[in-house]
Each structure stands twice: as structure tokens, then as C-alpha cells.
Write a protein that binds this ligand. Structure first.
Ligand code: WQD
Length: 342
């Protein structure tokens, strides 16, 4: 009998790729999603890849009654992986209350009602943004968590603090928080990938949409940073590597291998790439000349961010298998498939 996992936000970018890996690892998956930043068609995409259609509960986790009854219905689940959250940094600066309400209320209702049903394992989708401007590089989990610049980042920091307080109580909660660096790429099949609603905030979808003619020009936010080519450095990680790390974290929880009730792991490659390096790689791989222009810096951008990945390698027995070229090639394959579907 397959163990049941509840995946909130499972129709989203990282959530859907994680659902694929969970199914391929013989877990039964129930997706809870309000489709506010995703599409129900993702369920069919998951089925096309895995041969299995995950169960789906269409609900808003801010709704207490609906959330309570969903967890009651699936009280046989053994863990929750919580992706459901708004995630656009710039939007969160413009509309902080929307972010605090959605991201924190969804988290609190999820935790309250899963614990009420005795579902004590929880994996949280966190972000390297909690480090703010890192005091040292590469960033380890011991790096001081600072006041993130954006409300989006602060909801991730506050969520981790909620988990810290919960595991100190008699809640029986066992939790792992995964701090993502910069997820990019798409499933190798080309049937699943990032599908942001509206104008992309993140670099990779903006690059592929510019190359596909959906966007006129990519704006490169500043080339006056103290980096090799003046553009900011990020630790880009393949979304499928990220998904596989979630399965490893889940297995650690289910096998009771944890050293403490709340563990935190960086999920990155340990390598930094600049914006111009990503652009040049894209042009080399696709043989497309990208239309871009250097403009002013984007407020809140950090100069350099890349991970020390030793802890995840040691404790999760996980490390990245896919490099930048595969990340970029898979992103472009997905963009081209989207165009064929139009
Ligand atoms: C990467 C680099 C930009 C767009 C944020 C969150 C993080 C995670 C990923 C949600 C930066 C540059 C970007 C563009 C550009 N959360 N850029 N032109 O800001 O590192 O991280 O998104 O998914 O928690 O903090 O990612 O992809 O927005 O930017 O020049 O049109 O690309 O300046 O240097 P970021 P990003």
C-alpha cells in the first residue's frame, strides 16, 4: 500500500515537479491547490509523465473550514509538503498584506489541521532569500538569517520561526525546511515546466519568453556590481534536482533519521553564475541571439548568492546531477513545446 503525501501548491512549478518524483517513488499524492498561480492542466501533464493522475482538492488554504475537512478526508496521509504561497518579490513589496495574509494563514491552517489529524511530518518550501545580504560565501545554514528585504522573503523567515516554536511544544511535529537558491529548468520530457501567470519576475522564464517572441526585450538589471562581468551572481539549480531533494528529505522524516525535530538545508549547486553568463549560455545552446539591454539595478537585488551544499549532501544523501546547460536546454524545450500547444 503506497504511503499518501499531501502536497499543497502541487500544481505550481516546483510542486508539480516534486509530485512527479513522488509518484515515481511509489508515493500516493493528493494535491491541494487554489490555482491562483497555476493551472489545473498541470494534473494531466503529471499523468502524461507518470501514468498516474494525482488526487486533487481545489481549495484555498486560507479557508479554515475547507482546509479542516480536506485534512480530515486525507487523515491517512503520512506527511505534508507545503509549497502553497505567493512568491513574486516585487509584488510582495507593492502588496505586503496580501503576502503576509496568504502565505502565513495558509501555513498556519495547514499545520493546525494536519496535526489535528496526527499527520506529524512536514516539509517546508523556504528560500535563500532569508539570508538577506549574506555575511559570507558560500552560504551555510549557520549563516545569520537576516531581515529579508521583501515581505515575500520575510514570510519565509517567519514561517521558519513558527516551525521552530512548534517543534519546541508537544506538537510531535517533525519538520524539514528547504532553502532553495534559484530554481530553473523543466522536466526532460518537455511536458512540464515553469508557467508563470502574467509577466515573469524571474530571469529564466523572461529569457525564454523573449527568445520565443512573447516579450520584446530582456532588461538586465545592472552591470555595475562587483562581479566578473558586473552582473549579479546566483546559484541556479535544476528544478528536477530540487524535486529529488524533496523525496530524500521525506524519506529522512519517514525513516526517523533526523537529528532534531526541525532541520534546515540549503538546496543549491554550490556554483554561482552571472546573468550575462546565463544569457551567453542560452545563446550558445539555442543558437538564438537574445535581445537584451542593460538597465538600472532592481531594488533589493543581492550582488552574490551561492550555497554551501555540504549539509544536504551529507544528511540527505543528495547532490545535484544536472548542470547549467541542461537547465537552460530543458527550459527552452519547454518554451518551444508551450508554443506548439497554442
Ligand atoms: C535572478 C537574477 C536579477 C529578471 C527570487 C527570490 C527567490 C526565488 C527566486 C521565487 C537577478 C536578474 C531577473 C530580469 C534580470 N523565489 N534579472 N532581468 O531575485 O535571485 O530570487 O526569485 O521563486 O526566493 O528572491 O531571482 O530570477 O528574479 O533574478 O536581470 O528580467 O536575474 O537582477 O540578478 P532572484 P530572479
Amino acid at each position: 500500500m503506497s504511503q499518501k503525501i499531501i502536497v499543497t501548491g502541487g500544481c505550481g512549478y516546483i510542486g508539480s515537479h516534486t509530485v512527479v518524483e513522488l509518484i515515481l517513488n511509489n508515493f500516493e499524492v493528493v494535491i491541494i491547490d487554489d490555482l491562483s498561480n497555476s493551472n489545473k492542466k498541470t494534473l494531466e501533464r503529471i499523468e502524461k509523465i507518470t501514468g498516474k493522475l494525482p488526487s486533487f482538492e481545489f481549495l484555498d488554504l486560507k479557508n479554515e473550514e475547507e482546509t479542516k475537512s480536506a485534512f480530515k478526508k486525507h487523515k491517512d496521509a503520512v506527511a505534508v509538503i507545503h509549497f502553497a504561497a505567493f512568491k513574486a518579490v516585487a509584488e510582495s513589496v507593492k502588496n505586503p498584506l496580501m503576502y503576509y495574509k496568504n502565505n502565513l494563514l495558509s501555513l498556519i491552517n495547514t499545520l493546525e489541521f494536519q496535526l489535528e489529524q496526527g499527520i506529524n511530518n512536514f516539509i517546508f518550501s523556504s528560500s535563500a532569500t532569508v539570508y538577506g545580504v549574506p555575511e559570507e560565501l558560500p552560504i551555510t545554514e549557520e549563516n545569520e538569517v537576516q531581515r529579508p528585504f521583501s515581505p515575500y522573503g520575510n514570510t519565509k523567515k517567519i514561517a521558519e520561526e513558527v516551525l521552530e516554536d512548534l517543534v519546541k511544544t508537544a506538537s510531535n511535529l517533525s519538520a524539514i525546511s528547504l532553502r532553495y537558491f534559484n530554481p530553473i529548468g523543466a522536466h526532460e520530457s518537455g511536458f512540464l515546466g515553469e508557467l508563470p501567470n502574467g509577466t515573469p519576475n524571474n530571469l529564466m522564464p523572461y529569457i525564454t519568453q523573449t527568445a520565443a517572441g512573447i516579450r520584446k526585450e530582456l532588461q538586465v538589471y545592472g552591470n555595475d556590481y562587483d562581479t566578473k562581468d558586473g552582473t549579479p551572481i546566483r546559484d541556479y539549480i535544476h528544478v528536477v534536482d530540487l524535486a529529488e531533494a524533496h523525496v530524500k528529505a521525506l524519506q529522512r522524516l519517514l525513516n526517523n533519521e533526523q537529528n532534531k525535530p526541525l532541520e534546515i538545508y540549503n538546496l543549491g549547486t554550490g556554483n554561482g553564475s552571472s546573468v550575462l553568463e546565463i544569457i551567453k549560455s542560452f545563446e550558445k545552446i539555442t543558437n538564438i541571439s537574445l535581445n537584451y539591454k542593460i538597465v538600472e539595478r532592481r531594488p533589493g537585488d543581492v550582488e552574490k548568492l551561492y550555497a554551501n551544499t555540504a549539509l544536504a549532501k551529507d544528511k540527505l544523501n543528495w547532490e545535484c546531477k544536472r548542470g547549467i546547460d541542461e537547465m537552460i536546454a530543458s527550459s527552452w524545450k519547454w518554451e518551444e513545446n508551450l508554443k506548439k500547444e497554442q
